[in-house]
Design a protein around this ligand. Structure first.
Ligand SMILES: NC(=O)c1ccc[n+]([C@@H]2O[C@H](COP(=O)([O-])OP(=O)(O)OC[C@H]3O[C@@H](n4cnc5c(N)ncnc54)[C@H](O)[C@@H]3O)[C@@H](O)[C@H]2O)c1
Length: 342
């Protein structure tokens, strides 16, 4: 088991990688407990949950809404939950985003923690304190940054995931390698067979490397005014693909990273060999590398992306594999480059 500390000015949050979920009681404070989870997670792991009030939501983005949050506030009030209570979110990114939002807003804030149960959750969503819900079809429109007391990441829990959910988590894993860790890229290439078989020590190593990377970035830039933006590598394209074609997030990020690499190559930053290497790793993990729809349509969506500032768009590009840079591109220039890409 590895313990990683995420230190921000207001808080030190513990990330426990490789700890068994069966040991969760060791980390819980002696306070009344409320567990927020979803139906799938409750089905697989409900028998091992600690004692407490259980609030079980339906799986899926439809549960990450203000309406669903309002239903949970009602239940908390009904059970007379006060500020001395503790909220534990057990689930993937949807549960952690929702449970963190509830815990951060109910009675102006109750202590909370997560048991993260998906690969995307363990390497990304549960770490960093971004808690929030979707609103009127816009993702993560309403939320707050507040760090949990701890996050427990047990790679054994990944075994019950649908294979496609597991694979999609690798898009975010590969992202850390691409933006800041060439050693991780080497590791992912050499260990891909074991990783895809969910070899416990390989998965613990991968989750540990990624959790440490995210904790390091967030410790330096909790409010995303600089370095944290690099975590959006591939995501500006990805959000457009998700919106236009309904492609799942992990697949959209995979394609978005390849397009961002190709854009970097067009701008003379990356070599064609490096772009190919990134695309090859993405394929190794069973993820797509090209977009079937229209990139021109995707550009129109990107124009309206929330990261747009004036007539330019802020994009994360690669200077090399393992080194991301942030560039503001004029919209017209981006449009011309995208026309050449697709
Ligand atoms: N807060 C952040 O920094 C951040 C970062 C990235 C993504 N996110 C958010 O994360 C969400 C996506 O998270 P996700 O990919 O984990 O999806 P998810 O939470 O929907 O989980 C995926 C599916 O797997 C099921 N599941 C979860 N754990 C399981 C397990 N161990 N065994 C069997 N089934 C299991 C769930 O019920 C669900 O059907 C999105 O809403 C996204 O916006 C947040």
């Amino acid at each position: 088991m590895k313990e990683i500390l995420l230190n921000t000015p207001g808080k030190s949050s513990r990330i426990l990688v490789g700890e068994s979920y069966r040991n969760i009681r060791k980390y819980l404070p002696d306070k009344p407990l409320v567990i927020i989870t979803d139906e799938n997670v409750a089905l697989h792991y409900g028998d091992s949950f600690p004692d407490g009030i259980r609030i079980v939501v339906k799986p899926g983005e439809a549960s990450k809404t203000i309406d669903s949050a309002a239903g949970i506030y009602d239940q908390l009030i009904k059970h007379e939950i006060d500020r001395q209570s503790f909220i534990l979110g057990i689930g993937g990114g949807i549960v952690s985003d929702l449970a963190g939002f509830i815990a951060s807003t109910y009675l102006r804030g109750v202590s909370f923690a997560f048991v993260s149960t998906t690969l995307l959750g363990q390497v990304d969503a549960s770490i960093g304190g971004k808690n929030g819900v979707n609103f009127k079809g816009f993702k993560n429109m309403i939320g707050i940054i507040r760090q949990p007391d701890f996050v427990l990441c047990d790679p054994e829990m990944l075994k019950s995931l649908e294979p496609s959910e597991f694979r999609m988590g690798f898009a975010e894993v590969i992202k850390y390698g691409a933006i800041q860790d060439p050693g991780l890229v080497d590791f992912l290439e050499s260990k891909h067979a074991k990783a895809l078989e969910m070899d416990p020590s390989v998965m613990e190593e991968i989750v540990g490397i990624c959790a440490r990377a995210k904790a390091g970035i967030v410790s330096n830039d909790e409010n995303e005014s600089g370095e944290r933006k690099k975590l959006n590598f591939g995501h500006t394209f990805a959000h457009a693909f998700e919106k236009l074609s309904g492609l799942p997030h992990g697949e959209s990020v995979a394609i978005g990273m390849v397009l961002a690499a190709r854009l970097s190559e067009q701008m003379g930053l990356l070599t064609s060999g490096e772009t190919k290497r990134l695309a090859d790793i993405i394929s190794l993990y069973g993820l797509p590398t090209s977009y079937e729809g229209s990139c021109r349509d995707a550009f129109e969506v990107m124009k309206n992306d929330k990261k747009r500032g004036g007539d330019s768009i802020s994009l994360i590009l690669l200077d090399s594999i393992g080194k991301a840079i942030i560039r503001d591109l004029p919209l017209q220039k981006l449009k011309n480059l995208i026309d050449d890409l697709c």
